[in-house]
Structures are given as C-alpha cells and as structure tokens.
Design a protein around this ligand. Structure first.
Ligand code: M6R
Length: 609
C-alpha cells in the first residue's frame, strides 16, 4: 500500500503534492518523492524515509512547475532506498510514473524489456511500467498507457507523466484505489480523499479497468478499449479528520473493515485457479528441504503468537509434524530444543518487535534457517530472516492488531497446504477442497462485517462489566485468547481465555450471575463436549454469548445470545470467528469512551525488551 498524488493547474504543484503526501503517510513512509514539469524540464526529488526527509532535502527553495506527481512508499519490491523511491523514469526522463500495488509478472516483463535494450536503475516492480510506456509510446499518452497495461498482471493504481505532452496526466486503476478531484482550472489525482479534501470535495472514483486523462480543465475517463465513460461526480461530506480514516471513526474499525481486501492481497498470485493451486515459489524451498522438516517451531508475541497457536493446530493436524509455539520473550531465554531439521517460523506484523528479533537471531545463531511471516518489507525481521513471507495487509495504524492477524492466519494456512502438497500429506481431493474453502473466506468475512450492528448490541451488554471470560476448545481456544487480548487492550475490561474443559478446575468459582462468557463453538468434533461446559456456566447463571457455525442449529435454546458464522471447513474457522470478537472489543471500547486507536500504556511496535 503506497500513496499517490497528482496535480495539474495554475498553482505551484510542489506544496500541493507535499501536503497531499503528508495526508497519505498512513499508507506507508519508507520513502517519498515528487516529479515536476517545470519550465526547465522535468525535476525529480526523492528521499528514503518519512515525508519530512523529502521536505528537508528540498529545503526552502522548492522546484517550480504547475504539473506534478508524488508518492509515499510502503516497500514491496526492493528495500526502502532513494533509488527504489518513486517516481520512476524509463531509460530517458521523458516518461515518469508513480504506482501503488504489485506487478505480479514484473520479472518476466523486466527480462523482456531488458532484451529490448532497456536499462533499469531500481529493484522495484514499478519501474517496468515506466519502461513499458516508453516502449509503446506512439505520440498519445492515453493510448500508450492502455496498450502498456494490457501486459501487466497484478494490482495497480498509477499515474504517468510525459515531457512531450505536458498538458495532461494519465492514470489507470486495477484493484488499488484511485480518485480524481475536480477543481476550478485545476484537477487532482490521489489514492485517497484526505490528500485533496482541502482543495476540493468533488471527486470521481476510478473503477477497475478504467483510465483517465486529466488536464487542468477536464477529466475524461475511458475503458481499456477507449470508450468514453460518463461518470457522476461525488460530493465528499466527511470532515478532513474523518477523511483520513476513510470516514470511519477510528483506524481500528477501518482496518477491521479492510480485512476482506487484505485477505485477497495475501492470496494474490499464491492461491490460484479458484483455490485449486498454491504457488509459494517465492520461498525458494526445495522439495528436499520441505520433506526434510521433522519439527516446526513458531515464535512470536501478542496477537502474532495467537496466530502461531492456530498454526500449531492446523500444521499438526494436516502435516502430522510436531509443532512448538513459543512467546519470543520466553524462547530467547530458554535454550530451546532445535535440531538441523527444525523449521523455525517467526511471525511479526511490524518486523521490529525486539523479542521476536532476538528469537530470530538466537535460532540463526544455532544454525537454523528462519522463515519470517511479516507485513513490513525492509523491516529488521524481514532483512535478517533467511526467507520472508509478506502478508501484504497494508499499513496497520491502530495499536490493536486486526487485519495483520487475519493475514498471518492465511499465510500459515497457505504455507501448510504448500508443505502438505510437497510432502504428500493430503490427497488431491482434500487439497482442492481446502484450497477452495480458503478462496471463499474473504466473501464470508464480508458477510460477517455486514452484521456489525448485532455485535454492537452485544457490546452494549459487555461494556457494563469489569470482567469477562472467553472459552473454547482446540482452535476455538486459540481464538478465545485473541478475543480476550483485543477486549483487554482497548476496553480495559479484564478478560481471561480458558480452554472450555479447564473451567471446572478452578475458574468456575468466578462465574457469578450475568457475567459475560464468550463461548466459541465452531469445532464439530468437540461440539457436545463444549456444550457440556456451557451448561456448567449456565447452571451458575453466567451470561453466555456464543459463536458457532451455521448448521450447528439448536444451540440458541442453550445460550443467551448466538451469532452464527457462515459455514466453512472446521480448520478454517479462526479466520471467521475472530472477526466478531474484534468488533466486540471495538464497540465495547467505544461504549466505554476509551482511546481506541492508542490505548493507554501500549505502543504499536514494541522495540524494547
Ligand atoms: O509487530 P508484531 O506482530 O511483532 O507485534 C506483536 C505484538 O506486540 C502485537 O501483536 C500486540 O500484541 C498487539 N497490540 C495486539 O493487538
């Protein structure tokens, strides 16, 4: 996820681009850059780091020019650096582009362009766009971009600028957001509303497969086949602060709502053909390496640790391999049992958590290869691990981790199925069935999110209590731990997670009339056992809020409140069942007027021991 801004009009472009980039910094801040068409020709300035670094580099005398494009980067292909920063040029400076998204076939395109004599100066996937435009250029920038994009696979929002057609910017979109702001004698392009809301509230939203030619006085939108599209201008009614959160009250809710898209990004290019195929060649694991694994060790902290717990259940069940999961802060001081056939996996959204990094270093110092599941390219964990598997969730701003968790789970499922295929742990039918069920999950998450009001009502009840319990067996226990953590960290309500069968060994003494007990009952194999535990709670007048799969009908008579989740394979339920728990924590915190995005005493990235 990166941020794009474009301006064409009568004003100096640089201050407008810079202000827009600052508003988009939430989309990434690994590097930033601008390109301006000035009277003396093209000027490009780029700097590694936050927008402030670009501002410092430019200094007091900013470059002139009434047309320009800008970009703030969240690194995907290529480490954060000046040379990988956007805008990117082709062989000459005639063509400049900024891009948000991932060009999946960039390597093939790059080799093809190199054969044709193009020289590349960055490690990015984006640079191929600039060279493609240069390659196809026929005197008409729009038609050239339409032609160039035919060969591009993946997701993109891009803007192209050309020195021989200085009166226009051309942009295109597929699977990454792009809007065009309409002004008086000036127009704007941006990834998101906050970048332009101080200039205009009138916007066009570009849809997938659409291209636009933007001049200072016109906006024309076309299909890939060059048919003119008539679109309505939309009026933005949010205030500037709400706009940064896409109209949501908090980043956490925005990020919860982004989860279907985040899952699709994690799957992109990996889960293919409707789920029938999995390709993780990016891990460069040989079949010998995969078959040699005799044990898996997963290490992480907080929410990422809970993802690891789910991973343990799933990997042990499918791969029939022993899996240990450890908190990084424990692992690093424990003298863990690792041999040369142990695969170590560390999970970290930020890639900067001090304990996780120390655990990674410990494992490597013992001679083990470490695979990192992380969200941040260029992070310490990504750089120091032997292999990195990126979750592509986009920047997560709220301290409470939500979309990172779902994409970590999905990454573990993908890895499990990939290893299962290599090790012959699943027959063809079971593999296909699992892959297809995975593929259907984003739509099911969408269906759950559309029922947020039901959860808000439950939160009204929970918010009045000072203590709660989360219970479940097997996979449901792992999700119960994550649900309890979410509630604790943002609503400050005491929340404890228990394996359902453990209640009777002591905790049942804490059950008093009305106390909320959140029960997860998604696992068919232990449904009846879990039900007996629920009855123990009900017999002590606890208030049971239950989450179960559709099809487990009849439970409503046994509990106080039931929320049925869309049905899926039992081993995949965590991706669905955690979503209402995230919403429950969110709405409970809102009801208690807590600081949702920045809870007390916490930090997004814990870089100290
Ligand atoms: O960036 P990481 O995934 O390494 O962070 C690990 C934990 O600090 C993090 O998951 C924390 O528990 C979250 N605030 C939970 O919502």
């Amino acid at each position: 996820m990166c941020g794009i801004v474009g301006y064409i009009g009568e004003q100096e472009a640089y201050p407008i681009l810079l202000e827009g980039l600052k508003k988009l910094e939430y989309r990434g801040y690994d590097s930033a850059g601008v390109a301006l068409l000035s009277r003396e020709g093209l000027k490009i300035i780029k700097a590694k780091g936050e927008i402030a670094a670009l501002e410092k580099k430019v200094g007091q005398r900013f470059p002139d020019g009434n047309t320009g494009i800008g970009h703030t980067r969240w690194a995907t292909h290529g480490v954060p650096s000046d040379s990988n920063a956007h805008p990117h040029c082709a062989c000459t400076e005639d063509f400049t582009v900024v891009h948000n998204g991932i060009i999946e076939n960039y390597l093939a395109l790059r080799l093809w362009l190199e054969e044709k004599g193009h020289h590349f100066s960055s490690e990015t996937d984006t640079e191929v766009l600039a060279h493609l435009v240069e390659h196809y250029y026929n005197g008409d920038l729009l038609k050239t971009v339409q032609e160039a994009m035919k060969s591009v696979e993946g997701s993109f929002a891009m803007v192209a600028m050309c020195q021989s057609e200085t009166d226009k910017l051309v942009c295109a979109r597929k699977d990454s957001p792009l809007i065009i702001g309409v002004g008086e004698g000036e127009n704007f392009i941006a990834s998101d509303v906050p970048a332009i809301i101080s200039h205009t509230r009138k916007i066009y939203i570009l849809e997938d497969g659409e291209f636009a030619v933007v001049t200072s006085s016109s906006v024309d939108i076309f299909t890939a086949e060059d048919t003119l599209i008539k679109k309505e201008i939309r009026e933005i009614t949010w205030d500037a602060v709400a706009a940064e959160k896409a109209g949501y009250q908090h980043f956490m809710l925005k990020e919860i709502m982004e989860q279907p898209q985040a899952l699709r990004e994690t799957m992109r290019g990996r889960l293919l053909n409707g789920g029938r195929e999995i390709n993780l060649a990016e891990l460069y694991l040989t079949s010998e390496e995969m078959n040699d694994i005799s044990k898996i060790y997963i290490v992480a902290c907080g929410t990422a640790y809970h993802a690891g717990l789910v991973g343990k259940y799933v990997m042990e069940k499918i791969l029939r391999l022993p899996v240990d999961v450890d908190l990084a802060s424990e692992f690093r001081y424990r003298d863990p049992l690792l041999d040369e056939k142990t695969m170590v996996i560390v999970i970290s959204q930020s890639g900067e958590t001090a304990d996780t990094l120390a655990a990674l270093r410990l494992a490597r110092s013992r001679g083990n290869k470490v695979l990192a599941i992380t969200n941040v390219v260029g992070s310490s964990v990504a750089r120091e691990a032997d292999r990195a598997f990126f979750t592509w969730a986009g920047p997560e701003i709220a301290v409470a981790s939500t979309k990172a968790f779902l994409t970590q789970l999905l990454s573990l499922y993908l890895l499990t199925l990939y290893l299962a295929k290599a090790r012959g742990a699943l027959d063809e039918d079971s593999f296909e069935c699992a892959g297809k069920a995975l593929f259907d999950l984003p739509a099911k998450v969408e269906a759950i999110l559309s029922r947020e009001q039901e959860i808000e009502e439950i939160a009204g009840y929970v918010s009045k209590w000072g203590s709660t319990f989360f219970v479940g067996r097997n996979l449901d226990f792992a999700v119960a731990m994550e649900g309890a953590l979410k509630l604790k960290e943002i609503s400050y309500i005491h929340a404890e997670a228990y394996a359902s069968g453990e209640l009777k060994h002591g905790t049942l003494a804490l059950i008093v009339e009305g106390i909320p007990v959140i029960a997860l009952l998604t696992q068919k194999a232990v449904l009846e056992k879990s039900m007996s535990n629920i009855k123990e709670v009900k017999a002590r007048s606890g208030y049971v809020i239950c989450f179960a799969q559709e099809g487990a009908e009849g439970l409503q008579n046994e509990v106080d409140h039931i929320f049925y989740l869309p049905a899926t394979e039992d081993f995949l339920t965590p991706i669905l069942s955690v979503v209402p728990l995230q919403l429950l924590a969110y709405y409970t915190a809102v009801a208690r007027c807590c600081s949702v995005d920045k809870p007390r005493n916490l930090a997004k990235s814990v870089t100290v021991e």
